[in-house]
Design a protein around this ligand. Structure first.
Ligand code: NAD
Length: 497
């Protein structure tokens, strides 16, 4: 298979990093497959990329928003035409099966269409004035250079959620993709450039977090930082940004609950749980990691989940019949295996899985068995901490009140779900679950890009990606008052009787 050396994209040119160092990325399903060689960039590379983005900004912000949107719409067509190739690249770099990789690309296509068409809306507000002969309105303005730091788990989709709204608003971009999956960012930007994006409007600097991410967060010419990743790194990014009063948008970890009440349709639950707990090898920020199930149906349901989990076809995502791919790297494998030990040590019952898969092709990758723990109590670490792997913790409860209390009793608040046929229970959950996303009779994964996406508590800091909210991080409101009375008219605060 093809191996390419990827250089940083700075000011429209592909350039080697100033450090002279590179790093390799190998397929997590097969370490013999070298996916690409990337620049191990440092602060000087980041500074050059920010300078290029700053230089490109004045001209780009003057391009009318509908014209900017047209470039995105054209990019959507190119992505569509290359979907198959890009899906293979994505599977090779981070491991998810081809059909899921296709979903990553489709999400970027949807976002390109959605953000592209926003170029013809970008609505502001006009209101009547309280004074005669006076007009007033508000409008969105771009902010400048946006620094973007992304994870590896949705390498094309997450880059698109950030980049495309930022671009349609008129900002320029420097992106530092996750070091385990940088190819998909190059593929996305390739389409934008071919669609007509001018040089310097998007710049890519690859490398590791502390050496290539942190200088981007700290650069004084980057007023906005958009980050998706772990809560631990997000907290650091927030602290660094605060020192310069930057606008920092954070999308971080999750510990997503799926509640099953005793009146739920268990056939539906079964499909949803297996998909949401083991899809993407549990490495979705919205993955179901806690099954909070009513005691009356727990043993029947668990029995069926275990049977399905044991039957999942685990393997290289490039094989068409693979249902679950590998973990992203050796470190993540160690982390998941160590959490499995923690679960056993805490007294939870290992119902299935729990081991690394070995023998034959498995020996070349980072494969772990789909794992289910029962007898989990809410205070156990496997019920509270983000594992980011195919490990499901089953917690039994006796009522809706208890289910909601357990669901909310964690630091995170990204996605959540309830299966019930009782409309009152569904509405209560909808209101009371502490999460940015609630699903009724559907699993915790499956967000659509035209609704706001993000979480509460330790998952986010109040911003939302996608949906009508997607422009908020990347634009500044300006209010404009036009007084055409020809005289000094005093408004509100200066006009007190
Ligand atoms: P991570 O926090 O390890 O890395 C994320 C990015 O931050 C990477 O590009 C990394 O290089 C960079 N980084 C690391 N140290 C840095 C530093 N000191 N300064 C600046 N940048 C730095 O996360 P990950 O392992 O890539 O991704 C998994 C995590 O992402 C999980 O916690 C998951 O829940 C979260 N996630 C959240 C969402 C969401 O929308 N809420 C979506 C996907 C993933």
């Amino acid at each position: 298979m093809e191996t390419r050396e990827y250089k940083n994209l700075i000011g429209g040119e592909f350039v080697a990093s100033s450090t002279g160092k590179t790093f390799e990325r190998r397929n997590p399903a097969d370490q013999r497959d070298l996916v690409g060689v990337f620049q191990d960039s440092g602060a000087d590379d980041v500074h050059a990329a920010v300078a290029a983005a700053k230089a490109a900004y004045p001209a780009w912000k003057k391009v009318p928003a509908p014209r900017r949107g047209e470039i995105l719409l054209k990019a959507a067509e190119l992505l569509q035409a290359r979907k198959e190739r890009y899906s293979r690249d994505l599977t090779r770099e981070m491991g998810k099966p081809l059909f899921e990789a296709g979903g990553d690309i489709v999400e970027a296509i949807g976002m390109a269409q959605y953000a592209g068409s926003e170029g013809r809306r970008m609505h502001g507000v006009t209101t009547p004035s309280e004074l005669p002969n006076k007009f007033q309105m508000s409008m969105r303005q771009p902010i400048g250079v946006v620094g973007m730091i992304t994870p590896w788990n949705f390498p094309m989709a997450i880059a698109s959620w950030k980049m495309l709204p930022a671009l349609v608003c008129g900002n320029t971009v420097v992106i530092k993709p996750g070091e385990d999956a940088s190819v998909s960012t190059f593929n996305l930007v390739e389409c934008l450039v071919e669609a007509g994006l001018p040089p310097g409007v998007v710049n890519i600097v690859t490398g590791y977090g502390p050496s290539a991410g942190q200088p981007l967060v700290e650069h004084p010419d980057v007023p906005v930082v958009s980050f998706t990743g772990s809560t631990e790194v997000g907290r650091l990014v927030y602290e660094l940004g605060a020192r310069q009063i930057k606008r920092v948008s954070l999308e971080m970890g999750g510990k997503n609950p799926l509640i099953v009440m005793d009146d739920a349709d268990l056939d539906l639950v079964l499909q949803g749980v297996v998909w949401a707990a083991f899809g993407t090898t549990g490495q979705r920020c919205t993955a179901t990691s806690r099954l909070i199930v009513h005691r009356a149906v727990a043993s029947t349901l668990v029995e069926r989940i275990v049977e399905r989990a044991q039957g999942l076809r685990v393997g290289n995502g490039l094989h068409p019949d693979t249902e679950m791919g590998p973990l992203v790297n050796g470190e993540q494998l160690e982390r998941v295996l160590s959490y499995i030990e923690v679960g056993k040590g805490e007294g939870a019952t290992l119902r299935c899985g729990g081991n690394r898969l070995t023998g034959g092709d498995y020996d070349h990758g980072f494969f772990v068995q789909p794992t289910v723990f029962t007898g989990v109590t809410p205070e156990m670490r496997i019920a509270r901490e983000e594992i980011f792997g195919p490990v499901l913790s089953v917690i039994e409860v006796g009522s809706l009140d208890e289910a909601l209390a357990v669901a909310n009793d964690v630091a995170y608040g990204l996605s959540s779900s309830i299966y019930t046929r009782d409309i009152n229970a569904a509405y209560r959950a909808m209101h009371e679950l502490e999460a940015g996303i609630v699903y009724i009779n559907a699993p915790t994964i499956g967000a659509e890009i035209h609704l706001p996406f993000g979480g509460v508590k330790a998952t986010g800091n109040g911003h939302r990606e996608a949906g009508p909210t997607m422009l908020d991080v990347f634009s500044e409101w300006k209010s404009v008052y036009v007084d055409y009375s020809g005289s000094l008219q005093r408004a509100q605060i200066d006009n007190v009787e």
